[in-house]
Design a protein around this ligand. Structure first.
Ligand code: NDP
Length: 242
């Protein structure tokens, strides 16, 4: 058990990569705190975890909203006393040519994929700092490392997550907190299956990962297996360009 006794908050835990991370962390002994916007889907994941003998709890929260985020974190601390692991996974994608992209879409994608990560870290890290212990795993994207045509806003926001990880990771290291980011290539989830870039990405040589493969990397970063690793980008790709 790599995460015995840990409390692990996972955003976007109702499906896809976030669900796989929550299930895997619970199977490694963590209490998985499932966060998303719909209680019914979160409850389904909680039931799956409990059926496998794990422990989980659910919180409805829109991670774009500072008030909802701070209220939720306060509630979690009141009930669970601590948050050892924070996985910032919730994200969205909207694809369109840059010249056709309304400015509002750029703002929406950055608000969801970058600003929400900043909000979650600002809300959770003070509690981690108090205990001089914490571990943050952010989910970036291969698109952060080489801007994906048709996804300018998404790629830009994800590149921001990589830089945020590095800057904040360096700052909070003396407080006993580690921050790392995973940049996966294509992963077989609803987000990817709905993507208009699907064929383009796969033709470019992208191996399609299963969400469980990303979950293994998240457990590695969240556990002592990766002791000493901080402010780093773990790239999960079977190829090196689009
Ligand atoms: P999915 O669309 O399958 O799942 C997204 C999750 O985020 C859902 O649980 C959704 O739940 C939640 N979510 C969306 N908006 C909000 C919000 N405002 N507040 C709280 N939760 C929210 O996506 P994936 O599993 O594919 O992606 C997960 C992460 O991995 C994302 O950050 C994505 O960018 C990244 N990624 C994905 C890749 C892929 O190919 N799939 C590749 C590289 C990175 P609900 O709607 O119920 O709130």
């Amino acid at each position: 058990m790599l995460l015995e006794g840990k409390t692990a908050l996972v955003t976007g835990a109702s499906r896809g990569i976030g669900k796989a991370i929550a299930v895997k962390m619970a199977s490694e002994g963590a209490c998985a705190i499932l966060v998303g916007r719909k209680m019914d889907t979160l409850k389904t994941v909680e039931a799956e975890i409990r059926q496998k003998g794990g422990n989980a709890d659910c919180y409805v929260c829109d991670v774009r909203d500072w008030k909802s985020v701070t209220n939720m974190v306060a509630e979690i601390i009141k009930k669970h006393e601590k948050i050892d692991i924070l996985v910032n996974n919730a994200g969205i994608s909207k694809e369109m040519p840059f010249l056709e992209m309304p400015i509002e879409v750029f703002d929406e994608i950055c608000e969801m994929n970058l600003r929400s990560v900043m909000l979650m870290m600002k809300a959770v890290m003070p509690y981690m700092a108090e205990r001089k212990s914490g571990n943050v795993v952010n989910i970036g994207s291969g698109a952060a490392l080489r801007g994906l045509p048709g996804s300018a806003a998404y790629a830009t926001a994800k590149a921001g997550v990589v830089c945020l990880t590095q800057a904040v990771g360096d700052e909070v290291r003396p407080l006993g907190i580690r921050v790392n980011v995973i940049c996966p290539g294509p992963v077989d989830t609803e987000l990817f299956q709905k993507s208009e870039r699907r064929e383009f990405i796969l033709q470019a040589g992208g191996d399609l990962f299963q969400p469980e493969t990303v979950a293994n990397a998240a457990v590695f970063l969240a556990s002592d297996l990766s002791e000493g690793m901080n402010s780093q980008t773990l790239v999960m790709r079977g190829f090196n360009r689009w």
